[in-house]
Design a binder for this molecule. Structure first.
Ligand code: MN
Length: 582
């Protein structure tokens, strides 16, 4: 845990200014002292975790502010240090990053099992994962916050064996469902794979053991084979005046190998890319030329040539892939790319960052805003290429960038998704109608706020309740969600006219679907459009392909139901639909 090592790492590709070095040294000393008396579960000093996180950030060649923030990322949550102190000592930018990471730490993916969550369905869990990913993106107005969080998670995964068994699985699941996909989406393919692999044994222990036992020999044999192929290809490239910068092989990761094996009856013979050869050349022209050289020696498998240079993946990944009938007629995969593409594939969005910084070198340091914008612009550009239809692209932008949504957190760490401008009353109604009805006040980030306060993403909100309280009609002046409006109106009617409502009658919808992410949400929003209250939903797999969803609606009108069904039938994943009054 030497600060020199950290500084060296940070200066691998560039040199630091004196002020940068001082900032990192200061953060190092501050964090070391703040965590002095704390130990990790492994028995190591707590600071080792902060240090490793910062080391990773430095290896991605991020700026000194981010390295300092990584060193300090746990001081607010776990020591007596305050945000004001960080601001005073290290400036606004570092404080902003530390605050962002602290806020993300409040999010929880799986609740402690208090009975309610055991029955959560697969699509509800998917929804939770989707929400959390959105939340993380929305919260992190600055991507560097996510990068620190990812480095933090990586070290936590590496030391997961010291954590209590029950907690291990939860953290591994969260890593595999939230953080690895997030890293992937940011183009950090290497990191995504590493996170997946670290989580894998905790989630599928038996499969992991099976893989280790069965793959070793196969893998060694493949490696010897690749060695032979490498010699041939190196010679052929040189004969064609292509100077390879590097040729190496990469073994397929356990987690992705496992996913693939599931499709092939666990038959290892069927996996062509167990070991893939990776060729790194100087220019894009050389990439295509190298592809030609390979195809000239060995015939390609039809349908396996992929040009991710002309058509990058949505996360920005670029490379040429091909599988050929190689030596002894064995199908073998090649990946061809330039050094720049390689760096991007390894570091994703962090690589763009460095590039932006180097480009701006002449005009001193590029400003904070410039850098941020450039990264987003790059991302958008590569995303846009994958949405030839502009409408689809706009749709994905809306989902991905969530300009009009905010995410607030309950004291239990549950994420509540609300429209921008939503108030604590909307938040309360989103939790439960009874919480909304009996709401008398709210605390946001531990401070009491008025009920018309506008919530911000990442706000930790707590609702103060009073039993038997009736909602107030004046709330209608500021609430944003339709559920809150409706509920307040109906309660106001009840009190003024003294009408006691008949208990509601229910209709149960039974829907067989080809499930996908967000489907349940789509169905329920159509139901809400028809002004039908949903009483409860239930979803379970019916066959490997299909899910059965039961939705209990608060209506007994046949006419309404018929109209609803007509509308629902337009969703292509719905295979069967029926209803009955109960
Ligand atoms: Mn941490």
């Amino acid at each position: 845990m030497d600060v020199k090592l950290l500084l060296n790492k940070a200066q691998e590709d560039k040199s630091l200014l004196k002020s940068d070095v001082e900032l990192i040294e200061k953060a190092y000393n501050f964090a070391k002292k703040a965590h002095e008396s704390q130990k990790r579960k492994s028995g190591e000093q707590y600071f080792s975790h902060s240090y490793e996180t910062a080391l990773k950030i430095a290896s991605w060649q991020l700026d000194s502010q981010t390295i300092a923030a990584a060193l300090l990322h746990d001081v607010i949550e776990d020591t007596g240090a305050t945000l004001e102190e960080i601001k005073k000592e290290f400036g606004e930018e570092v404080a902003f990053l530390v605050d962002g990471v602290t806020k993300l730490g409040r999010l929880k993916y799986h609740e402690e099992n208090n009975g309610e969550n055991i029955s959560a369905t697969a699509s509800q869990k998917q929804l939770a994962a989707e929400n959390l990913r959105k939340m993380i993106l929305a919260l992190s107005r600055d991507l560097r916050v996510i990068l620190i969080k990812l480095a933090d998670r990586l070290h936590n995964m590496k030391t997961l064996s010291y954590v209590a068994a029950a907690k291990q699985k939860e953290i591994a699941l969260e890593t595999s469902e939230i953080y690895a996909p997030l890293a992937y989406r940011l183009g950090m393919i290497n990191l995504a794979g590493e996170l997946e692999d670290l989580a894998f044994p905790y989630l599928h222990l038996n499969e992991y053991k099976w893989l280790i036992e069965n793959i070793k020999e196969k893998y060694e044999e493949r490696q010897r084979y690749s060695e032979k192929v490498k010699i041939i290809i190196e010679k052929a490239l040189r004969e064609n005046k292509i100077e390879p910068i590097k040729i190496d092989f990469r073994a397929k990761r356990y987690s992705s190998l496992y996913k693939k094996l599931l499709h092939y009856d666990m038959n290892l013979e069927q996996i062509y890319d167990l070991v893939a050869l990776r060729i790194i050349v100087k220019t894009i022209e050389d990439c295509y030329a190298a592809l030609g050289v390979i195809h000239n020696i060995w015939p390609p498998l039809p349908g396996r040539i992929k040009d991710y240079i002309a058509m990058p993946k949505p996360n920005g990944y670029r490379s040429l892939h091909t599988t050929v009938f190689c030596l002894d007629n064995k199908p073998t995969e090649f990946q061809i790319r330039t050094e720049e593409m390689h760096r991007e594939a390894e570091n994703g969005i962090a690589a763009h960052w460095v590039y932006a910084e180097q480009k701006g070198k002449k005009s001193k340091k590029p400003s904070f805003a410039d850098k941020k914008e450039l990264v987003w612009v790059e991302q958008l550009r590569s995303w846009q290429k994958n949405f030839p239809n502009p409408e689809e692209f706009l749709q994905s932008l809306k989902i991905d960038f969530l300009k009009d949504r905010i995410f607030a957190v309950t004291p239990k760490g549950e994420v509540i998704d609300l429209p921008a401008g939503a108030t604590p009353v909307d938040f309360a109604y989103a939790i439960h109608t009874t919480v909304g009805d009996s709401c008398v006040g709210a605390k946001v980030n531990n401070k009491i706020v008025p009920l018309d306060y506008k919530l911000q993403s990442g706000d930790l909100a707590e609702i103060l309740l009073q039993k038997n309280k009736k909602p107030s009609a004046s709330w209608l002046d500021f609430v944003k969600t339709s559920i809150a409006k409706k509920r307040i109106k109906s309660a106001a009617k009840k009190t003024s006219f003294g009408i006691i409502k008949k208990p509601p009658r229910y209709t149960e919808l039974k829907i067989i679907v080809d499930d996908r992410m967000g489907l349940l949400k789509d169905i329920s929003s159509i139901i809400s459009e028809k002004h039908i209250n949903i009483h409860s939903t239930h979803s379970e797999p019916q066959s490997p392909k299909h899910h059965r969803i039961k939705i209990r609606c608060e209506t007994d009108s046949k006419e309404t139901m018929e109209r609803l069904i007509l509308k629902l039938k337009k969703i292509k994943e719905i295979k069967e639909i029926s209803y009955k009054l109960i």
